[in-house]
Design a protein around this ligand. Sequence first.
Ligand SMILES: Cc1ncc(COP(=O)(O)O)c(C=O)c1O
Length: 389
Amino acid sequence: MLNFGSRMDAIQAPIIAVVGDLIRQTPGTISLGQGVVHYGPPAAAMDAAREALSNRDTHGYQDGAGNRALIVAIEEKLLRDNGIDRRNGLGVMVTAGGNMAFVHAILAITNPGDEVILPVPFYFNHEMAIQMVDCTAVLVATDDQYQLDLDAIRRAMTPRTRAIVTVTPNNPTGAVFPEAALRAVNELCRERGVFHISDEVYEYFTYGSTPHVSPGAFAGAQDHTISLFSLSKAYGFAGWRIGYMVYPERLNDAIAKVQDTVLVCPPVISQIAAVAAMAVGPAYCRQHLAAFADVRDIVMAELRALEPLCTVPPADGAFYCFLRVNAEADPMRTTERLIREHGVAVVPGHAFGVTRGCYFRVAYGALQKATVAEGIGRLVMGLRAILES
Ligand SMILES: Cc1ncc(COP(=O)(O)O)c(C=O)c1O
């Protein structure tokens, strides 16, 4: 009899698949679950991909770090949008999405038993990746607005700490971290000789007065900052699997080893499409931002009507908010009831590391305004019915 146990047994099951199964069992459910946008790639990207199909070179392996044309487009974008100059001793690697870039980073900078600090609520795939490589995710609470608590982060550091992770704009909370907080984290990392891993896959999605800031642009940050980006959200590219990472050049060998083993080279056709998408530029997603902001206003206003039963802290970025229920309720059981009895799906907070209390992530990027309004209506009615019964 083979022993099927493995390191994966200790890792949480991907929550989106669990919620997805429940949704499939309840036709007509409106999903405020998955964090995707409602639009696809720019037409120019699809045209470029179509044209590239007849080029035999696209059928073979190409450069491991990414094709020259895409790397150049990324370098220009980093300078223009992020203030990051690759010539300051930085490496750039194209990956199959931002998730892979995170795994590359963790594999490149840790030994088994090392610790990585994750502010909570965290993005679940970050915790999963850290645990898969036999490291420990050290969970540090944020404040009641889901903002970083620098003292708590400082207290959580030990000689085994290898990195602090920040995600801004944030999944799952929609919080945007101000420059001062990011500078403080980046400076702490520099002082203690650990890496700052900055996940910026929602970089263009901000609606309030706090702009997005890239820690990799801070003076003196280049030696210890790893910045992660993705085309999945900005360019509707989730299925094309293109992300990229920027890192201190001394990690080149380690990251190249991971890339060669896991991916060999990024998908060639997707890279050609990505070059065309990046030529269209961030104006492509910015044209949708006003509509996202409108939807966000509806979501926040409707959910705030649930106070004092629930609280919704500010959510000025990405396309999420993270609802706190001020009553006794089991998050998974409530999620199931919302789907089965009220036809609306959200993701329970425990998937994001919040194990005390009842929280839900509400995602509003995948749907048009009318559908989101209907979904939020169902959520509000459903929560009232379940929590007040
Ligand atoms: C914070 C964060 N990082 C990374 C990703 C992964 O994106 P992808 O692998 O599609 O680039 C996501 C996707 O939802 C995310 O929310």
